[in-house]
Design a protein around this ligand. Structure first.
Ligand code: B12
Ligand code: SF4
Ligand code: SF4
Length: 372
């Protein structure tokens, strides 16, 4: 076992992280209390909607050492997820196709990151004495974006996501809480959004009440993934063909000209999910859904939620008789939720309402210059 000084160990850990496929590694401290006021403001407006868990464990979010006692520092990692070969703008422009947000085309990132973080921890443990750690990806009360900002990995843009000047924002975050006395990185205090407001203006559902603040209840990602019940009617035409998540605010961000494509096979599309048609997905029965979404983040929405989202997509497809017939196959679905959205979709197509309500990015594809 090598004896490292804190400086040497910090350098080594960053190098091992890169060897293991993380695209950036930074070290943060455990005082997040400066984010308390903004967090309280966000929750006071009820922007979390039905994600009630976000209102719990305030103290653990602001004091990560209480979440995992003994934690001295947090190793924050970034993993880029954009698959290299996929078409993005063209799918958004084709109302017969299903748009699935780019992080969700392949394997569930929670699994990929958590497994890699565990390998990372084992590597560190093999080289150091007494190392106490716990890996986190999304699942616990951790303010991952502010923490990564404190670890020097980037700034929170006006769309609230973390952006890196050299790598854009198509990446995921994870953490290793540790009791190692590592050297903290300098927090990233610059904000390169400047006077840009492209993400705020493009958002199809006007989900930003003010720059840097997202009202999750209006976000398509929340509506299609987290919301379990009926999607409010006002948002349905605006969802277009986005049946699982949304990327519009990132697609228009000028810093994504510098985005990196992922090196990970895990993020490559499975089952042709990058080009598949809405009607084909709608024809899946539940066992097919379960089989095709094994290990995929899409499982999170559940079969009924998936059919709900597809019914909206089909309703927005402008597809005429063929799509009406596709929807009618589920007019008697046992789920009230599905029946309601199918009826809405049929009504949309019958009355050909879609033409006036196309979300913005389809009308202005040239705003996205870095992707096809
Ligand atoms: C809940 C959640 C959601 C919710 C709410 C999103 C949100 N912005 O909070 C929904 C379902 C909508 C969502 C959507 C998405 N998510 Co999400 N989500 C989370 C989760 C689990 C918690 C986030 C959280 O704590 N929100 C609570 C609020 C309070 O946090 P906040 O937005 O950061 O609010 C702060 C700002 O408003 C800030 N603030 C207020 N005023 C001001 C002013 C200034 C000047 C500044 C700088 C800041 C500032 O203060 C607030 C408190 O810190 C995290 C994982 C995690 N544990 O952190 C992933 C996470 C944020 N999501 C992620 C991703 C990838 C997405 C999507 C892109 C997925 C998709 N393609 O559909 C979208 C993006 C939508 C968007 N524009 O944010 C990644 C983001 C990676 C990155 N590059 O930043 C994360 C980190 C998951 C991960 N492990 O990688 N998500
Ligand atoms: S993900 Fe889509 S709906 Fe959500 S804030 Fe960004 S552009 Fe708006
Ligand atoms: S689109 Fe513009 S305002 Fe929005 S995050 Fe990117 S640089 Fe900032």
């Amino acid at each position: 076992m090598t004896q490292f000084s804190p400086e040497q160990l910090t350098g080594q850990i960053k190098a091992w992280g890169k060897e293991l496929g993380f695209d950036a590694v930074g070290i943060s401290g455990v005082d997040m209390s400066q984010h308390g006021e903004r967090l309280d403001h966000w929750l006071a407006q009820q922007y979390q909607g039905e994600m009630a868990y976000l209102a719990n464990h305030r103290e653990l979010r602001l004091h990560p050492d209480q979440l995992h006692p003994g934690t001295l520092k947090v190793i924050c990692v970034r993993m880029d997820y954009l698959p290299p070969e996929v078409e993005t703008v063209r799918v958004l422009q084709n109302p017969q196709q299903a748009y699935i947000s780019r992080y969700a085309l392949g394997r569930d990132y929670h699994k990929t990151l958590r497994k890699r973080l565990t390998q990372f921890a084992k590597k560190i443990a093999a080289e150091t004495a007494d190392f106490n750690y716990r890996p986190f990806v999304d699942s616990a009360p951790v303010l991952e974006k502010p923490m990564a900002q404190q670890a020097g990995l980037g700034w929170q843009g006006k769309h609230s996501l973390l952006i890196n000047r050299e790598a854009g924002s198509y990446f995921l975050l994870g953490e290793l809480f540790t009791d190692l006395p590592l050297i903290e990185d300098e927090a990233y205090t610059q904000d390169h959004c400047s006077r840009c407001r492209a993400c705020l203006d493009i958002c199809p559902t006007a989900a930003f009440p003010e720059p840097y603040v997202l009202d999750a209840r209006r976000c398509i990602s929340y509506l299609t993934i987290e919301l379990k019940g009926s999607i409010p009617e006002e948002f349905r035409p605006l969802i277009g063909n986005r049946v699982f998540g949304c990327d519009d605010c990132q697609l228009v961000c000028p810093w994504n000209r510098y985005c990196h494509f992922s090196q990970e096979d895990d993020f490559n599309p499975r089952h042709g999910m990058d080009t598949i048609e809405l009607a084909q997905l709608f024809s899946w029965d539940e066992p097919t859904f379960m089989k095709k979404t094994e290990g995929s983040p899409i499982r999170r929405t559940g079969y009924q939620g998936w059919l709900r989202n597809l019914a909206i997509g089909l309703g927005n497809s402008g597809g005429g008789l063929r799509q009406i017939q596709t929807l009618q196959q589920r007019s008697d679905d046992p789920s009230e939720l599905v029946r309601e959205h199918v009826a809405w979709g049929i009504d949309q197509l019958t009355q050909a309402k879609t033409a006036t309500a196309l979300p913005l990015i389809e009308k202005h594809p040239r705003k996205v210059r870095h992707l096809r």
